[in-house]
Design a protein around this ligand. Structure first.
Ligand SMILES: Nc1nc2c(c(=O)[nH]1)N[C@H]1C(S)=C(S)[C@@H](COP(=O)(O)O)O[C@H]1N2
Ligand SMILES: [Mo]
Length: 532
């Protein structure tokens, strides 16, 4: 009879490249942590899964220069860039963890527990997240630890005896040795199961969410005060200029929300409190029943660089904020309204701006549709004349009447200004920067804005020639952007096109270059083109 169990030859195979295999084990364990949390997380708040919570925490700690850099470099792809960066970081840490666990198991345990603690800490500190939402991350951490143990043990069994780490609980000689193939099999199965769990978690949470469906079947009421008719000729005559009205799917999106908050309109409530005579609570039905207004308003992001496209123009439907404030009756001394979203973002808006005649509103509709989820469904703020970071709170749930001296908003705490009136800007859209155009008549055109002051003049300069007035398209209102065009008789060679606007108070757009931080970019845009 043959001896069935002992296979001394294979037991003494030393794993070739043990560090690489251990790193692989670490990566598999990290995949288990994240995917198990994702799967179980389908039954909890979406913002509480490790990847989203870690990313959100990272965003909150992002210094202003880095936010500025990210938006300047990646624009509205800044979130994708963040995920790639996080993925690489997690990958590297997981490799280190695997190697550490292989060398000394107690180090592996400490590493996994430390990562678990960081994940749980970032989960439970998210706004609107309940302590129970830590369960998916805890379960993921435990599962990751078990898998790491399983895989690392297989690696140890490939080691020759003298190298066995001292003090291991189990007696190795009695156990069968492991082959490389066995290790790769176990790792492969783990990674495949993780992918399945993560995908399943995704599908499950999508299926469990009915917010998108509820939005689809929502009927918007008609406004008590309709939007002023848009005059003919608001569109620039230059072909290729951006549409005057931005379709919802093309509207820029900027926010700190890695997973779009899903709020049931039926559960939505706005609390108005602070320095007020009367605390007010509004339900979504209260908004539907209120006297709504409709108005075209152009939004602009403070992070928009000169010539950038973080601006959009839409028709908004909503309840005037001054009507809400009239119910609450602000006390003397209040000068600011701090609006907060369900995920913790906040904006500080001057009280007087919300009470003057402009169409500041709690918006529920965008271009005739309920707000898209990523633009704040079910309710957001829209305030003409102010950059979004101090006014346009999406998924808004709380208005605190307070004072600038007492409270700081999200981005103000991170080095941006506390107030943000929009700066006058003329943008050249055609021809594009570095375009090659044929000689002869070339249509130059673009969009200018100076919300609440309006645009009364746009001038164009070719190379260092004289500033010449462009043709202004029709103006819808002083709170929407205004387009322009300019016919240029282009001669061969390289040329620079510059544009600048004058606002309704007669003030010329400043040529002083400023970065977006802390209160918006300025300067005249210059576009280089080659005429052939
Ligand atoms: N909840 C929430 N609201 C927010 C933000 C955010 O990060 N979170 N960003 C603000 C900023 S900086 C801008 S420019 C506008 C952009 O609105 P949009 O994404 O609908 O274009 O939303 C504002 N409202
Ligand atoms: Mo913004």
């Amino acid at each position: 009879m043959k001896q069935p169990t002992q296979q001394p030859a294979s037991r003494h195979t030393r794993p070739t490249r043990p560090a690489a295999l251990a790193a692989l084990a670490g990566v598999a364990a990290a995949a288990v942590v994240l995917s198990v949390a994702e799967l179980i997380g389908a039954f909890f708040t979406a913002r509480a899964t490790p990847v989203i919570a870690l990313g959100s925490t990272f965003i909150d700690f992002t210094p202003p220069w880095m936010k500025d850099f990210a938006i300047a470099t990646f624009g509205t792809n800044d979130k994708a860039a963040l995920f790639v960066g996080m993925g690489v970081t997690i990958l590297v840490l997981a490799c280190v963890l695997g190697v550490a666990a292989y060398r000394k198991w107690s180090l592996g345990v400490a590493g996994v527990l430390l990562m678990g603690a960081v994940i749980v800490a970032s989960v439970v500190t998210r706004a609107g997240v309940k302590p129970l939402d830590a369960i998916p991350s805890l379960a993921g951490t435990v599962a990751g630890l078990l898998v790491l143990r399983l895989l690392v043990r297989r690696l140890w069994r490939m080691r020759p005896w003298p190298e066995m780490a001292a003090g291991l609980a189990f007696k190795e000689p009695e156990r069968p040795a492991t082959s490389r193939r066995d290790f790769f099999m176990a790792t492969g199965i783990t990674v495949a199961a993780s992918a399945l769990a993560a995908g399943g978690g995704r599908l499950l949470s999508a299926a469990r969410s009915n917010v998108a469906q509820a939005r689809g079947s929502l009927r918007l009421p008609s406004p008590a005060k309709a939007a002023a008719a848009v005059p003919a000729g608001v569109q620039s005559k230059a072909p290729g200029v951006t549409p005057w009205l931005t379709p919802n799917q093309d509207f820029y999106r900027i926010d700190t929300a890695l997973s779009v908050p899903e709020i049931n309109a039926r559960d939505w409530e706005l609390r108005v409190h602070g320095l007020v005579e009367q605390e007010v609570r509004l339900s979504f039905q209260d908004l539907l029943d209120a006297k709504l207004i409709e108005s075209h308003v152009s939004l602009t992001c403070v992070s928009n660089p000169v010539g950038g496209n973080l601006a959009g123009n839409a028709k908004w439907l909503g309840m005037p904020i001054r009507d809400v404030l009239a119910m609450a009756r602000p006390k003397d001394g209040a000068d600011m309204v701090l609006s907060t979203s369900i995920d913790g973002f906040s904006a500080s808006t001057p009280l007087e701006v919300l009470q003057d005649g402009r169409d500041a509103m709690l918006a529920i509709g965008m271009n005739g549709e309920p707000l898209p989820l990523e633009h704040g469904y079910p309710v957001r703020m829209v305030v003409p004349g102010l950059y979004g970071f101090v006014s346009a709170t999406k998924w808004v749930v709380d208005l605190e009447v307070t004072r600038f001296a007492d409270s700081k908003a999200y981005w103000t705490q991170r080095g941006w200004s506390e107030r943000g009136p929009i700066k006058t800007m003329a943008r050249v859209e055609v021809p594009r920067s570095f375009a090659r155009v044929p000689a002869g008549r070339v249509a130059i055109g673009g969009t200018a804005w100076s919300q609440t002051r309006g645009i009364t003049k746009v001038e164009v300069q070719i190379d260092n020639g004289t500033w010449t007035e462009a043709v202004l398209s029709a103006e819808a209102s002083v709170i929407t952007w205004r387009q322009w065009s300019f016919d240029w008789d282009a001669t061969p060679g390289p040329h620079y096109i510059k544009a600048r606007a004058t606002d309704g108070t007669g003030e010329l757009q400043t040529d002083k270059r400023a970065d977006p931080v802390p209160d918006g970019a300025s300067g005249w845009q210059s576009v280089m083109v080659t005429v052939e």
